[in-house]
Design a protein around this ligand. Sequence first.
Ligand code: ZN
Length: 355
Amino acid sequence: MNKTFRKTLVVIGTIAIFVALKFAAQEYWKYINTPFFQTRGVVLFWDDVNKPEKLDWIKLCKDANLNTISVYAHDNVRQQEDYKSFLERCKAEGLHIDYEEHAISILLPRTHFAEHPEWFRMDENGVRVADANCCPSSEEALEVIAKNAKKVAKLRQPTNHKHFFWLDDGRPVCQCDKCKELSPSDQALIIENRIIKALREEDPEAMLAHLCYDNTLQAPTKIKAEEGVFLQFAPFYRSWDHPLSEREAQRDGQKLTHGDYLDALAANLKVFPKETAQVLEYWMDVSLFSGWSRPQKRLKWNREVFLKDLETYASFGIHHIMSYAAFIDADYMEMFGDVSFVGEYGSGLHKYREY
Ligand SMILES: [Zn+2]
C-alpha cells in the first residue's frame, strides 16, 4: 500500500467519523428537544376562561408549555364575540382547541322518540325509553347520529382534528335482543365507527375518541375499531392520593382498585393503537374535588403522584395527556391567589423523557 493511498484512507475515515458524530449529535439534540408527551392540555368550562383579566388561561397554558385547551361551551356561547376572540387568541398563540362532551342525546334528539321509539334504547324490562343513549342496532338511529355529528363537527372545527362525542354520562345502554349481548364498550364502538366514517368524508384526518370510563372501562371484545377511533382513558374513580401504579390503592367507597384500572388500560391497548391513545385525568379537577358545587375548594395538588403517574402512562407508550382543571377560574384566583400547580403540571409533561 503506497503512502498516498494510506493518506486517502485516513482522510476518508476521519470524514466518516465526523459525519457519524454529527448525525448522532443531531439525533440526540432532536431527542432532548422533543417532548415525550405530544398532547399536553387542560379541559375547562367556558366560565373558567371567560375572565382573562382575572385569570388568563391562554397565558397560563403558554407559560406552562401546554399546547391544547378543551373548552366545554354551549352553542349559544359559541356565538358570542368574547368566545370568538378567545378562539382567535388561542390560534395566535398556537394552542389547539377541541370540545369534549357526552353527546348521544344531543346527536339523537329525544324529540324523535314519539315517531321512532325503535331508535332508542330498550331498558331491562323490554321497554323502549328515551332517557339516554340509543339502540346501536338501529341503522336509522346511527344514520341520524352520524349526520348530526358531521354537522356539529363542521361548526366546531377542532384545530387538532380530534372529536369527542361520548355516550351519555354513566347512563345505561340498549338491552334489546340484538344489543343485549354487546357490552357498553361494544355498543359505544358501533356508534363511533359510524361517526368516524361520516367525519372522514369531510376531513380525512378526523379522529374520534372512544371514552374508556365508567361502564365503558372494559375493552370492547366483539366490535373492531375503525381507523381514526382512538382510546381515551379516564380513570374517574381512582384515588389521587396514591399513584396509579399502586395496584392495591383505591378511593374510599369505590370498588375499583388501581390494579383494575391498569389491567383495563392494558386490555384496551390491545384493541386500540397506543400511538394515538390519550389520557383524560383529573389531577387538577377542582369541580370534581368540590362535588361540582361552589364555592369551590382549594386544590390538593400532589406533584409526586402526578409525576409518578406520568411514568406509568409513559410505560404504556401513551403520548397524549389532558387533565380537567374545571372550576379554576376568576373566583378560585380571588379566593386562593395561587395557580402555580398549572406550571408544575405543564413542566412535568413538557420535560418528561424516557431514559
Ligand atoms: Zn338495541
